[in-house]
Design a protein around this ligand. Sequence first.
Ligand SMILES: Nc1ncnc2c1ncn2[C@@H]1O[C@H](COP(=O)(O)OP(=O)(O)OP(=O)(O)O)[C@@H](O)[C@H]1O
Length: 343
Amino acid sequence: MTPLLSVRDLRVSFALDEGLVRAVDGTSFDVMPGQVLGVVGESGCGKSVTMRAILQLIERPGRITSGEIRFRRRDGDNAVDIARLPPRGPEMRDIRGGEIALIPQEPMAAFSPVHTVGDQVIEAILLHGHRWQEGGRRLRRAEARDITVGLFRDVGISMPEQRIDAFSWQLSGGLRQRAMIAMALSCKPRLLIADEPTTAIDVTTQAQVLALLRDLQARYNTAIIFITHDLGVIAQMASYVVVMYLGRVMEQGPVDDIFHNPRHPYTKALLRSIPSLHGATRVALPVISGALPHPFNRPPGCPFHPRCPDAMARCAAAIPSLQPVAAHQLASCFLHHDQAEPA
Ligand SMILES: Nc1ncnc2c1ncn2[C@@H]1O[C@H](COP(=O)(O)OP(=O)(O)OP(=O)(O)O)[C@@H](O)[C@H]1O
């Protein structure tokens, strides 16, 4: 199968007065059509910056310094390299919101407080109206309103006819996140990026929003990149997992292989840190020894080696590349390079 999205050796840096932050430092992964890809890693490992790069939303002084983000457009035979597109150009504007949609962590910030949520979804539908029409006719506002009511109903908002006339600040956190998902679906995306979409809502509502995303993915066959620092959520949502640390992919593979046969010491440490699902509170346990290095002081060699229980001399000297360690599993770790090398 041909990937819908193919990220190759992506690098994103922020040139600050204090120094250069290499937020994404050679990340590679693919997303297949209709796949739910989980991207996991501790806070600050570059998950959000990678996703913002895919949408060409990196704010100054950040910039994509190298790499490819190849995306197969709805009507295109060949993939377009998003990394080469001008961020504010017409093609990028058409892709952003038209083919790739983002569900942010905190929808309060994404909705304008001065327009109703319904009006904002209606505007988005009118902007990308050609996705909803037969034969190129302009969509009328009343039709866009009907579509919005249908979307609100699809995402499980009761009394959608009334709720579309609410302002975002009048809705509960859970309803606001559902309205944001309706907004993201308004362009019939082929790829949905959900950036910790349940961070700002309570645990019961979290479970409902996760179930909703699973249901929507099955119904529309939308590919989803699901970002989280919670492996428990990955287990429920994803079929394939990318594990990131300090802007690099440490390991990737099918969810069962990552959970039952993790190869990278960082993945193993993350798995040990899964909070108890049965506990009253879900507090991450500090079982990964050592702290995340300061962004200006990246360690040389493998970025995880100062915290790694299995580190060897060569881990400080060179960066291991991402290599196959099993049929569908890749890891960037010298422990496995040795096995891969011929005797
Ligand atoms: N606007 C910015 N200016 C400077 N540095 C930034 C900026 N945005 C992100 N960074 C840096 O890039 C690195 C990666 O950040 P990113 O937000 O992608 O991490 P993350 O894995 O998404 O974390 P979280 O789980 O907390 O959202 C961090 O070191 C962060 O400090």
